[in-house]
Design a protein around this ligand. Structure first.
Ligand code: BTN
Length: 248
């Protein structure tokens, strides 16, 4: 039986989103794996993989990503020889936040560096991008995005995770995807540093700014730099941090 997403046959999605191919799957280990498989077989930039359910969804820092029916579990192939994993992920977070704000009708989505998306202090979406290189030549990136849309949140996570359904009871995944996919497709071609408007957009949503951090460096979060580094202030000195896990 062909997959139907919120009333739209999967076969119509590629044209709807102006991408070369959409692989819409019922059940998969991780859409990131499928995106890498498609990447290895030569699939084009913008190739999109979505799944109803993932059995082995992965999150940042080696964590499991709970992916039951009702969420957007998407991975997109980005082919751009100069794409930078960190910047692509950061921009993906901005695209997700924009999409959510548009649906919510107000600027509620916040970004926790590098690319967690939060509403009312609870995580609603995350981004995990993975690259495949041949020598030092980037072959492709797979940008993985998970958004809790109308999926249940396990009770043990309810204090720190939320689904969009809590704010928009009739929300459909297609409403989110229609805003998300075209925005993500455009990312690969972006400049190596954040533009002024991207920096402003991040600053307006910066959830960490002013908070005291224990890690990746002890100090107070003081915004981000154009190359995506988190700035941490301590004793009057600013330390830029390009990678790492934030602990408050
Ligand atoms: C995070 O830890 O915040 C990142 C979560 C990324 C989850 C998405 S769901 C689609 C794609 N497939 C995966 O296995 N992970 C990403």
């Amino acid at each position: 039986m062909p997959l139907i997403l919120d009333g739209v046959p999967a076969a119509h999605l590629a044209r709807r989103w102006a991408v070369p191919q959409v692989a819409a799957l019922r059940l998969v280990a991780s859409t990131l794996d499928t995106a890498h498989e498609l990447g290895a077989s030569g699939a084009a930039h913008g190739t999109t993989v979505i799944a109803e359910e993932q059995t082995a969804g992965r999150g940042r820092d080696g964590r499991h990503w709970h992916s039951p029916v009702g969420g957007v579990w998407l991975s997109m192939l980005v082919r751009s020889p100069h794409a930078d994993l960190r910047m692509v992920s950061l921009r993906a977070g901005l695209v997700v936040a924009d999409a959510l704000d548009e649906l919510l009708g107000s600027p509620r989505a916040r970004l926790k560096w590098p690319n967690d998306v939060l509403i009312d202090d609870r995580k609603i979406a995350g981004v995990l991008s993975e690259g495949r290189w041949q020598g030092n030549m980037l072959q492709w990136l797979a940008v993985g995005i998970g958004i809790n849309v109308w999926n249940d949140i396990p009770p043990q996570l309810a204090h720190r995770a939320v689904s969009l359904r809590e704010f928009l009871p009739d929300i459909r995944r297609l409403d989110v995807l229609d805003r998300l996919v075209p925005g993500i497709t455009a990312i690969g071609a972006s400049a190596p540093h954040l533009s002024e408007s991207e920096s402003r957009a991040f600053a307006e949503r910066d959830w960490l700014r002013g908070r005291v951090l224990r890690a990746p460096v002890a100090g107070r979060a003081s915004g981000i730099r154009g190359d995506g580094a988190l700035l941490v202030e301590s004793g009057g000195a600013i330390t830029p941090v390009l990678d790492g896990h934030v602990d408050i």
